[in-house]
Each structure stands twice: as C-alpha cells, then as structure tokens.
Write a protein that binds this ligand. Structure first.
Ligand code: FAD
Length: 529
C-alpha cells in the first residue's frame, strides 16, 4: 500500500480529530487545507479517488462567469453580481497560489450580427470593471480578420468580428490534489477509497463516523468533534444517513463534454458560443493540446460514474458544427465525459440552467454541517465560510484564514529556473512544459523517480510520473493515474486503454498486488471509460 495512504489510515484508526470532512472534491479539499492552517486537527475521507466526482469533470475554467453576469444584469440580481465579483477576485488569487496549474486564456465571442458586438463588448467591460484591482487583461473588440487568425476554423460565412476577454483555465484534478497534498504536508490525515457508512452519536450529537476501507473491506469507527459533509451531488445521501427524515435540498444536473484531437491549425483562443439552442453558452477550449467542447445542463439522476447521454453528445456536436467549419466524424471524438452539478434546489425553478451557483449550508440537529452548491472557482471562499462556522464550536482561539496567500504544493519557486532545468535534462519542449504544468517546481523530483520513457507514444506522460504518483500522490489504482494524476482518460480514451497494461503492471510491481487485486483494478478502470 502506498505509504501516504497507509499512514493516514493508521491515524484514522488510532487518533481522534477536531474535524472530519466527508468528500475529497474541490469543496472538501479546500476545507481540509483551510481548517488545518487555522489550527484544527483535520481528517478527510473520500469514498473513491480524490477528485473523482464532479471536481475532475468541470469545464476547467476559473471564472466569474459571463453568463451569470448577463443573468445578474437582466434580472437586476445583486446576489449574482456579488457572486461574479467574488469569483473574479478568486480567479486572480488562484493564479497566484498555483501559477503552474492556473493560466490565463483569451476567449473569443464571435459576432455574426453587428449589434451583438456592442451588447457583448459593453457586458465584458462590466466584467472587467467588476474584477477591479484583480483585472489582469482587458477585453477588446477584434476584426473579422483577427478573429479568423486566432481561430482559423470558425464558420466564415457572415462573421463580422468578435470580442476577446480573458478568464483562467486550470487542470481541476491536479488542483484538488495540490490542495490536498498541501493540507497533508501541514498535518491533515487524508484517505482516498475510504467511505463513510454511518455516524457515531452521543446524546444525539455526532461524535464520529463509521468508515470502510473500500480496497480491503475493513470497517472501523473514527472519532471527531465536528463532521462536515462536502459530498457535492451526494450531500442528501449523507444527510439521510444522519437523519432518514431529512428534507432533500439538492437538485442534480448533468454537464457533458467532448474532446477533439489536437487542432491542425493552431487555436490561440478559446471560443464562447454565447447562445445555444437551449439558451445557454458553449465553450470550445484548447486544453492540454486537445480541444474541449461543453457543456450541457440537463436534470440528471445521481450516479457514481455519470456518462453523457447520446442526446447530450448530439447536441454538443450540432452546436459545434453551427459555429465551426469542421464537420465532426465519429473518430474525431477522442473522449466524452459528464459531471453532476450539485445545485441548490429552488422548487419554483423549472429547469436547472437558472438555479443559483451560490453555495449553501445546512446544519442538522445532530451537528452535521453540510455545504453544497457553489463552483470550483470559489472553493477557497466556500472553505473559509465553512471553517468560520466550525471554529465557533470550539472554546479555543484559531489562526485567521491564510489560504489566499498559501502557495499550493509545487508552486513556490521561479517557473523560469525549473523550465530551464527541465530543458537541460534533454527533454523536448512539449514534455518539459507538460511536467512543469503538472508538477510545478516538483518536476525535477518527479524525474528522479525513474525512466523518462513515455507511457504512450502520442502523449508526453512519463513512467517516472507514475512512480512518483504511487510514492507521493496517493495512487492506489490505475484509474487514479490515467484519469486524474494525468488526464489521459479524459483526453484520449483509445490511448488510455492502450496504456492500461503498462500502468497496471508497474503499479502491481510497486504495490505488490496479487492477481485478484489486478482483476479488481481492471474492472475499476474499464468502468470509468
Ligand atoms: P465533488 O467533486 O463531487 O466531490 C464530492 C466527493 O464526495 C466525491 O468525490 C464523492 O466520491 C465523495 N463522497 C460521496 N459520498 C461519500 C461517502 N459516503 N464517503 C466518502 N466520500 C464520499 N466550476 C467552475 O468554477 N468552473 C468550471 O468550469 C466549472 N465547470 C463545470 C462543468 C460541469 C459539467 C459541472 C458539473 C460543474 C462545473 N463547475 C465548474 C462546478 C464545479 O465543478 C463544482 O461546483 C465542484 O466541482 C463541486 O465540488 P464538490 O467537492 O462539492 O463535489
């Protein structure tokens, strides 16, 4: 068993904690780091791999949300304005605490009617204005020629020009992992593949949880003075474990994405299609050298491994083909995936597209604090809000929140020095950049783990990354590496399947798996494709 997980499990079996967090997505990870930095003794458990839920399935934007701004203006909704402003300032903070993971991306809104240009330009100037001192790049109008230079495959007929604005883009599962590894370095006990089965109560108040190691089947009790439910779409499931009579609070909606191969002509910008047939927006984004297209927003059922429906895929293809010259063939679609939005249920709303993206709390009579809703971009604020509530339960005093100035693991050194050092190791530009963007200043340590041979000839992912991940990043299953430590399974399903034999055999050797372990791993991997 990988040592980080082994140590955490030993602590979960033998120690008592101030705070135990259920769920290792964006929300739970953020809370673990904030709480540990403030001085609480923290544990976090995740029933599958860290960030295997919604948080690895986002559109990868660190953004205020231009669509939410439009909603705020149209409905004169002050709370939506506040949400956009907060997210815009978070965008800047996240680019500072994890500059290797969060980068700035120019986004083009193409215009096919002249009047649209002034409407969107005015809106985006407001977006810039709301960012205030956190603004990094200003939006601007571009001509038809410039629009086509930046994005050569845009539908040419009728194109008048466009507006460029900027948002952040990130690797969501690497971000969650970096937050968790930072929390772990500061002393938090974190375990993936550890499920909460129920609650331990004294005098009607929660005093711990019943846990199950999903890899061995072992069950035990862990005591904690406070428990936070940060299980995203599963929030109500956990609330029902505490109180079977609880009223459901959540509505779940699905968002699907397609991934297309690396573009033949360079795409220097992302594209925002401002009004799809279902009156939403669609993003077409360069991501890890591929093209990511999404997303949808349709009411869905809760599931551990949601998959896009045929209708969602057809819808995205159709919208893409309306705005781009390419007509997509079956083999142009390298991967598809879906995530479930944990939305605050407002019974008066008919669809899910207009439900609030703000977060909300519920505190049960037994003391279970549930946090749900929100967005990836605001995870840090959601965490601060949660920890502010939790510390009032303790009679001692705590440090103030410092997550806005705490660099995440891998972020502390000059990027230039690391990039140069990587080039000096004789790595090509694509591989150096991949290593830097994945590990930041830890990239050199990764190289020390073993071979610089690639896992798959089409992708710059190295064997040493896998060995590093097993030793230092909580890898226990092949899917952890293929889907979340690297993004191969999200980018290119064929390459993911072709890589599986080498990945699983290296993990088998490193962790001393039996044939039965290998068989379980194979089933787990193929269920996630
Ligand atoms: P999750 O990531 O789902 O984490 C909850 C975890 O709890 C899961 O890993 C689950 O396994 C675990 N769990 C459940 N039950 C148990 C149990 N019994 N024991 C232990 N663990 C348990 N936001 C942005 O800011 N930018 C975007 O571009 C963006 N795009 C999005 C696109 C889509 C399609 C979707 C669906 C959402 C998007 N969001 C975006 C929103 C954002 O992704 C979510 O708000 C966020 O990831 C939710 O994180 P979470 O930690 O609350 O939930």
């Amino acid at each position: 068993m990988a040592s980080l997980r082994k140590n955490a499990l030993a602590r979960l079996k033998n120690e008592e904690f101030d705070l135990l967090i259920i769920g290792g997505g964006a929300t739970g990870s953020g809370i673990a780091l904030d709480a540990q930095l403030r001085g609480l003794k923290v544990a976090l458990v995740e029933k599958a791999d860290f960030c295997s839920g919604t948080s690895s399935r986002s559109t990868k934007l660190v953004h205020g949300g231009v669509r939410y701004l439009e909603q705020a203006v149209l409905h004169l909704d002050r709370s939506q304005f506040k949400l956009v402003r907060e997210a815009l300032s978070e965008r800047k903070i996240l680019s500072e605490i994890a500059p290797h993971l969060v980068t700035w991306l120019p986004l083009l809104i193409p215009m096919y009617r002249r009047l649209q240009a002034s409407y969107y330009h005015a809106g985006l100037r407001m977006y810039d204005w709301l960012a205030g001192k956190h603004l990094v790049h200003r939006s601007r109008l571009v001509s038809r020629e410039e629009a086509l230079e930046l994005c050569p495959n845009l539908k040419k007929a009728g194109l008048k020009g466009g507006v460029i604005y900027y948002d952040g883009q990130f690797d969501d599962s690497r971000m969650a992992l970096s937050i968790l590894l930072t929390a772990s370095e500061k002393g938090a006990a974190l375990a993936n593949y550890t499920e909460v089965l129920g609650f331990l109560k004294s005098n009607g108040k929660i005093s711990g949880v019943e846990l199950k190691d999903k890899l061995t089947g072992e069950v035990w009790l862990t005591r904690a003075q406070a428990v936070v439910n940060a299980t995203g779409p599963f929030t109500d499931t956990i609330r029902f474990l505490d109180n079977p009579e609880a009223t459901p609070l959540l509505k779940v909606s699905s968002g699907a994405h397609l991934v297309l191969p690396p573009p033949k002509q360079s795409m220097q910008v992302g594209v925002l299609i401002p009004k799809t047939k279902d009156k939403r927006v669609l993003f077409v984004l360069p991501w890890l050298n591929h093209i990511l297209v999404g997303t949808t927003d349709v009411a869905a059922r809760l599931s551990d491994n949601p998959k896009p429906t045929q209708e969602e895929i057809a819808f995205i293809r159709q919208e893409f083909e309306t705005y781009f010259e390419n007509s997509l063939q079956e083999n142009d679609i390298y991967a598809t995936w879906a995530g479930l939005r944990p939305l605050v249920n407002e019974p008066s709303e008919k669809g899910t597209a207009s439900l609030s993206r703000d977060h909300a709390f519920d505190e049960s009579p037994s003391g279970l604090l549930s946090i749900f809703g929100g967005k990836w971009t605001t995870y840090r604020l959601m965490a601060a809000d949660t920890v502010d509530r939790i510390i009032t339960r303790f009679p001692r005093s705590f440090n103030p929140c410092t997550t806005h100035k705490t660099s995440l693991r891998g972020a502390e050194n000059s990027s230039q020095i690391i990039r140069e050092a990587l080039r000096n190791r004789g790595l090509d530009e694509t591989t150096s950049e991949h290593l830097f963007r994945t590990f930041g200043n830890l990239a050199l340590e990764v190289l020390e783990q073993g071979s610089v041979e690639k896992i798959h000839p089409k992708h710059p992912i190295l064997i040493s990354e896998l060995l590093y991940g097993i030793r230092k990043e909580f890898i226990s299953q092949s899917s952890d590496f293929i889907f979340r430590r690297t993004r191969l399974g999200f980018l290119d399903k064929k390459a993911a399947v072709e890589s599986y034999p080498i990945v699983s055999s290296l993990i088998k050797n490193e962790l001393g798996w039996t044939q039965e372990d290998l068989e379980k791993d194979r089933l787990d991997f193929f269920s996630q494709l």
